[in-house]
Design a binder for this molecule. Structure first.
Ligand SMILES: Cc1cc2nc3c(=O)[nH]c(=O)nc-3n(C[C@H](O)[C@H](O)[C@H](O)COP(=O)(O)OP(=O)(O)OC[C@H]3O[C@@H](n4cnc5c(N)ncnc54)[C@H](O)[C@@H]3O)c2cc1C
Length: 380
């Protein structure tokens, strides 16, 4: 499909595709089975500039645009949703927050290490008691002279236990309105009172690191504050907008990967004396899937193009994420159906794609939350 990508974007897409096929696809099943974060891939991602996609060159990054970010995540997701999630969240959330709202000193310290892969970035908003209603968080930040003291628990944090630092949102002003009294901080692993545990067993994205973080009287200097006091949640909404484009791209890649597998299998598998691809029931599943994926692609690339043009893209990012993630689940489910009983085994990657795709309907705001965001834009 032609969406007027630049020569650089096309080259990036081909390069990441080759990398994903040779360095990721052969191992993705094993990583998933072992539920192990593949640390050995991190230097390879860094060498290709994929851990500093939007980070400016002066901090060691690749200085690429949001479309390049989406294309990268899509190509990796075609073969491995877990690694796509790692690349999406590292670039979009943890480093994205510092890029957008960090001080010069914070950018020098964290973005340089993030781009080289020395430190992976995590971003902690969700808590055991607050997910969709994220602003009702219970984690607190109490000012103590020129320091802050953090207390609370964060849940489901990607790269939470393998990352080098974490951007943490905490309530800094109990008297302000829900969204106004929250501040962001960057906390390094090894800081006293900060612990991470990746004990969660997940349906999919099993080789992506997902951790529970605890902050027990964690003392950080005011220089660890990210952005203005009490303004962290407002900043967070902007970070989530761009992040949602990457989850749409992840869904798109997972769906496209599953459809490719379904087409190949339908041509190979014979029943009733002919390839199952000759049955109209199978053809219609393939046709519906391709149509839905092209629609998802157009929504995703449109949101990325708007972001690159400096235009507003919050509604479009939510639409892309909503449609692409739900389409990906349908497409992966059909692809598994086309594989019959073999699709239900772990010998074929299609079941992993289905499990990984479901996450896209939940992470960075559920489908219900995306519909709330879109409707809010329509009605305001
Ligand atoms: C693998 C994984 C990785 C993640 N990574 C991160 C991360 O790196 N950082 C981070 O901060 N978070 C992360 N998350 C958390 C994720 O963003 C939340 O799980 C998600 O926002 C939903 O929150 P919840 O799980 O608390 O569900 P809840 O908010 O409890 O929702 C439960 C159900 O109720 C629905 N619901 C809630 N409110 C409404 C409403 N007003 N109207 C209609 N329906 C509603 C939801 O849509 C959902 O169906 C991750 C989650 C997973 C599973």
């Amino acid at each position: 499909m032609n969406f007027a990508f630049s020569d650089e974007q096309e080259l990036l897409r081909r390069t990441v595709r080759d990398f994903a096929r040779s360095e990721v696809a052969p191992f993705a099943r094993e990583w998933d089975r072992e539920e192990r974060f593949p640390k050995e891939v991190v230097p390879k991602l860094a060498a290709m500039g994929l851990l500093g996609i939007r980070i400016p060159e002066e901090y060691g990054g690749s200085a690429m645009d949001t479309t390049s970010y989406a294309l990268t995540v899509e190509e990796i997701a075609k073969v491995d949703g877990s690694l796509a999630l790692t690349v999406a969240s590292h670039n979009g959330l943890g480093t994205g927050h510092i890029l957008a709202f960090g001080s010069e000193a914070q950018k020098r310290r964290y973005l340089t290490k993030a781009a080289t892969g020395e430190w992976l970035a995590a971003w902690a908003l969700t808590e055991p008691g607050s997910g969709s209603d994220a602003a009702s968080m219970a984690t607190t930040a109490r000012r103590d002279g020129d320091h802050w003291v953090l207390n609370g628990t964060k849940m489901f944090i990607t790269q939470g236990s393998v990352g080098g630092f974490c951007v943490v949102l905490a309530r800094s002003n109990p008297n302000a309105s829900k969204q106004r009294g929250i501040t962001a901080f960057v906390v390094e692993h090894g800081t006293d009172g900060f612990t991470a545990s990746n004990h969660l067993l997940k349906l999919g994205c099993r080789s992506s690191d997902t951790a529970e973080l605890k902050f027990e009287n964690v003392r950080v200097a005011d220089s660890a504050r990210l952005g203005e006091v009490d303004h962290g949640f407002i900043d967070t909404l902007k970070i989530l907008d761009r992040g949602r484009i990457s989850i749409a791209a992840m869904a798109l890649g997972l769906g496209r990967g599953a459809l490719d597998m379904a087409i190949a299998y339908a041509k190979e598998r014979s029943q009733f004396g002919r390839a199952i691809a000759e049955f109209q029931a199978i053809q219609w599943m393939l046709a519906d899937s391709r149509t839905e994926l092209d629609a998802a692609a157009l929504l995703t690339y449109r949101a990325a193009a708007l972001a690159d043009a400096g235009a507003l893209f919050s509604k479009e990012a939510a639409m892309a994420k909503l449609f692409a993630s739900e389409a990906a689940t349908r497409v992966c489910n059909r692809a598994l159906q086309i594989h019959g009983g073999y699709g239900y085994t772990r010998e074929f990657a299609v079941e992993r794609h289905l499990r990984d795709a479901k996450l896209c309907e939940i992470g960075e705001g559920t489908s219900e939350v995306q519909r709330m965001v879109i409707a809010k834009h329509l009605l305001q």
